[in-house]
Design a protein around this ligand. Sequence first.
Ligand code: DLL
Length: 422
Amino acid sequence: MPRGDLKALQLARLQDTVARVANVPFYKVAFARLGVGPDSIKSLDDIRRLPFTTKEDLRQQYPLGFLAVPRSAVARYHGSSGTTGKPTFVAYTARDLQMWADLCSRFLVAGGLKPHHTVHVAFGYGLFTGGFGLHYGIERVGAAIVPASSGNTPRQILLIRDLDAEVLISTPSYALQIAEVAREQGLTPSDLPLKYAHFGGEPWTEDMRLEIEAQLGIEAYNNYGLSEVIGPGVSGECHLRDGMHIQEDHFVVECVDPETLEPITDGSYGELVITALTKEAFPLLRYRTRDIAALEGCPCDCGRTSIRMSRIVGRTDDMLIIRGVNVFPSQIEEALLRVEGTAPHYEIVIERPAALDEVTVRVEVRPEIFSDSMREMQILKEKLVREIVSVTGIRARVELVSPQTLQRTPGKAKRVIDLRKA
Ligand code: DLL
């Protein structure tokens, strides 16, 4: 769609959304406080007059204070995992579910999914939006689905092989686990029918993409979303894989300075703030995602006119401030993957034994490199320390651990263990 038409559509949909949420108690109070209402939105820039919505607001309105339709109109509930305390719930009308399937099918098609493909879905089917969200998107494309759900990796490999799946859908970290178990079974990438994968749900780096592609013999695509906004389907890569196309006819994505909340317009990194334009059951205005990324406005060679977002480089709540230096776990991943000899399984432990934070990076050594020679291991360790300093500017302790010792999860990997809060 030409950008002018797209902007006009966004404005009309934004006005409509503001009118629809005006009776949601949280927004009613916020609109009164800010002196805004449905008539205040004359241009897209007026979005800045609207209130932000935060995870904390969702918690305070627990379980369903943000619902904008009667309970009888709800067709499904999902929720976020709630690693800290209670989960947060989100709701969908039947029309929301149709629209969600469309959004997922669009990014899948942009990333090469064809009706003749067989797609193995290793996301959990449950409250998590990954499984069901992608499932109906694939169905909309007309491809065949293997709804494997998460866990039991040997069985996943059996299904992939025996049902000839060409496409894998999972978190990037779980794909590595599938690769690892396949290797243990003596399989090489060419023994697996996989050709493509669509990964999302957790941060990963460009080096991790290369690593997974090599290990599974696939082409891997990135897609992004979050349950509060819809689930997967906010954005995804086209075949050029140069940023994720934001589905702007359904979302307005702003990039703001997380401290001042002022807009960032020059393409540098900031917190993404998302307004859902077409959701009926649970439309949130200016949701502060805590995800840090940059927006790219120049047109993509694929011909799509939407703006694109970079990879998520971190979250405002997982940014580590180590002796005054801001560090994201993804930078540590980048440093580790630059050094030959370590496997892409790591965790970052932060402690504050005295006044200063101390960081220990535990990383697995590749089985073929793992050796009893203290000297060799010491050299590897020193290389890693140097690389971490060069990427992040901080000096971390590196602990090399034997292959297969760090915990594996079938869903999102837990990379950071923060003992300062214990
Ligand atoms: O993870 C939705 C999803 C499922 C997206 C499957 C893509 C594929 P939540 O559980 O609410 O929803 O977690 C959302 O996960 O705020 C990001 O921090 C992170 N995240 C999601 N996709 C990506 C990605 C789903 N491609 C949170 N890169 C978001 C980096 C991602 N982080």
